[in-house]
Ligand binder design. Sequence first.
Ligand SMILES: Cc1ncc(COP(=O)(O)O)c(C=O)c1O
Length: 495
Amino acid sequence: MEVGICKQDMLQKKKNAVLVDGVILNGPIMDSKAGEKFVEEACKIIMEEVIQKANDVTEKVCEWRAPETLKKILDLEMRDTGESHQKLLQLCQDVIQYSVKTSHPRFFNQLYAGIDYYSLVARFITEALNPSVYTYEVSPVFLLVEETVIKKMIEFIGWEEGDGIFNPGGSVSNMYAMNLARYKFCPEIKEKGLSSLPRLVLFTSEECHYSMKKAASFLGIGTENVYFIKTDERGKMIPEELEKQVQRARKEGSAPFLVCATAGTTVLGAFDPLDEIADICEKHGLWLHVDASWGGSALISRKHCRLLHGIHRADSVAWNPHKMLLAGIQCCALLVKDNSGLLKKCYSAKAAYLFQQDKFYDVSYDTGDKSIQCSRRPDAFKFWLMWKALGTTGLEERVNRALALARYLVEEIKKREGFQLLLEPEYANVCFWYIPPSLRKMEDGPEFWQKLHEVAPIIKERMMKKGSMMLGYQPHRGKVNFFRQVVISPQKDSG
Ligand SMILES: Cc1ncc(COP(=O)(O)O)c(C=O)c1O
């Protein structure tokens, strides 16, 4: 049976059919039985082709094809008439076959890999329920779940109270924080806009995530007004340099308002010295935001939480459980120390059609107006179900395992000829060079580096064509131009 309905059949079966403009209004828009069968069959494919195969090291991470070839293989065209279920199921198979199985043991991505079954089921549930987390009447359970998860994350940061909201990712959370800090600095901005502002300046390290630049440009602050602070040889912000730059900005007559520290930089996995940075922020009255999108998960580990020492002094924190903790993408919270409703004051638009104040229940649970979104996914739920399943201890083991695997890799790199460790990692980022035999006796110099530069893309190509995958970074730090980074997945047993 096909999804489309035959109007003639419907009319015959339904004697009381209500017809308006030739449209039958009291018939189903879709054959639900056929739809359910389709879902059942598609779920079987997902189970076999994604969940089971993607965990099998003998399977490929991805059948890689060049765009032009892939366009020919896949039937991408959308037509006037719908396709049969059989064809659609085949399309689903094709999509899976040529997509990257991110939970595969040989998928080496910078910031995530591996599967968490509980978070996956939570995603299935929310996809099927299709809720939107704006008001309690529409999402009673998910709003309570979000409140609980945020409270627990706040406890791990070390605040006695606070507020927060789940957003689509760390980049968006950083942008939220930047805007919130600006609102705190100059609340008139909400009504008056940029014209009411002096030249605002913010500070972040030169190793920060690129979302800082994007946020500054998106919010009208301007990328030139992001002062990038020098980092030490480990990639950590140098507090004395921060102090100098704040003073420079003041001398220039501009208005410093925010410092964005990073806990777990994207490339080197460096943790900025939060306590010393917090001292400077306090001295100059600056908002301290900590981008702990990557490193925040270490807070769960009693062994490694010292990496974020001083985070309780931050005004806001971005933390992505979808990275090391393996909650599915996207799952990220912006957490705010303020508990006086600053988040809501900054973001609310008080839309009367949705956030009526005379509802029959406690409208403080209608938290959607804290968000810039209207429709919003219940991202906290996947983290919650996973946390319920593993307990805090299980999450802690996940973090400890990731860091232990990184240590193991470091020791292996040290033992092997041709591998050069860039620096001892303090987190799960392992940065190293592979020097092929042909270059091992070559003198250090521009020619050596130029040749070495060509190695990583070749290895990457070979790996991908053989069915594994390593997505590495290639940052440019002074003379150290050409290293590749691996971030170890906590889930990997083989490969
Ligand atoms: C330190 C840091 N901040 C922010 C982000 C952005 O997070 P998202 O990808 O969820 O937008 C990343 C992503 O890699 C990151 O490493």
